[in-house]
Design a protein around this ligand. Structure first.
Ligand SMILES: [Zn+2]
Length: 300
């Protein structure tokens, strides 16, 4: 086996890479997701990209150990089916593993929730390596959460994964598609920050962060709300899991780490009921590669 393919499906882009048996990315590519495309168009474009990647790295499809895929939303890992994903409306309830396996000469294909895949990547070759328990929050197009207990990804009833993005974080916050108000995701995800920014005349989440740093009051309120919601979410996580390490990943947390680190540390310092030993609060070290490496680790 020369290596495996890891695929990280995101709301705006799909990253995929040829990964060595040791977990190193040998060659990495990105394509736009085009969320409005149908699922069939999406996987056709992805397959063409993966075929080109295999050609460029010089691997025959028979020489790979499999394909691992991380995808947003709840997934059925046994059947390799995406269950529901509101960031990619056309992709819900579609079998992902079977058509990919068929297209790539029957190679084993495993599907996992993207947040779980990112934590698996960090546990395999990143910040959570060697840790027995870890919780990871991934802040990007949404807010994903993953929990590692005794070295294994925690799987809920019916194969469900924890939805840490839906921890109620602000009582009077905006309504979340999940059905309640003020979820962490509806306040701290990229689109949530962008939407709050639009109400005060700003375009995109990055502009909100920049404007806040430059003294724009409306933007500062939005960012203060993100910080407050982070404190609440972290408080809940600390008291629920008491993990060895709490990791933050994803573009939003990675790009604005001081904000998230300060909020998380504030909660940790105040958490008198948590155990005495320090919980490590850290930024995911694989960055954008965590999803690809973690997806690859599914078949390594
Ligand atoms: Zn929610």
């Amino acid at each position: 086996m020369k290596g495996v393919i890891g695929i990280d499906v995101g709301g705006t882009k799909i990253a995929f890479g040829a990964v060595s048996p040791a977990g190193d990315i040998i060659l990495r590519r990105t394509i736009a997701t085009h969320p409005d495309d149908s699922f069939d168009q999406g996987i056709a474009r992805l397959s063409i990209g993966v075929e080109a990647l295999l050609g460029d790295v010089g691997w025959d499809v028979k020489e790979i150990g499999g394909i691992g895929i991380g995808c947003p939303g709840p997934v059925d890992t046994e059947k390799g089916v995406i269950l529901s994903v509101y960031t990619l409306p056309g992709w819900s309830n579609r079998a992902f593993a079977a058509p990919m396996s068929e297209r790539f000469a029957g190679t084993p294909v495993r599907l996992e929730n993207d947040a779980n895949a990112a934590l698996l990547g960090e546990a395999f070759a990143g910040a959570a390596k060697g840790k027995k328990s870890a919780v990871m929050l991934t802040l990007g197009t949404g807010v994903g959460g993953a929990v590692l207990i005794d070295g294994k990804i925690h799987v809920g009833a019916g194969g469900a994964h924890p939805e840490l993005g839906h921890i109620p974080a602000l009582v009077d916050g905006p309504e979340c598609p999940c059905g309640i108000r003020g979820c962490y995701e509806i306040i701290a995800s990229g689109p949530a920050i962008a939407e709050a920014g639009a109400a005060v005349g700003l375009t995109g989440s990055e502009e909100v962060f920049t404007a806040a740093a430059e003294g724009h009051e409306g933007a500062q309120e939005i960012i203060a709300r993100v910080a407050k919601a982070t404190e609440t979410a972290v408080w809940t996580i600390l008291h629920t899991f008491l993990p060895d390490i709490l990791l933050f990943g994803g573009g939003i947390a990675d790009g604005h780490w001081p904000l998230f680190e300060a909020a998380a540390r504030k909660s940790l310092a105040a958490a008198t009921l948590a155990r005495d030993e320090p919980v490590t609060i850290a930024r995911a070290t694989l960055g954008n590669d965590a999803g690809v490496v973690g997806a690859a680790s599914l078949v390594l």
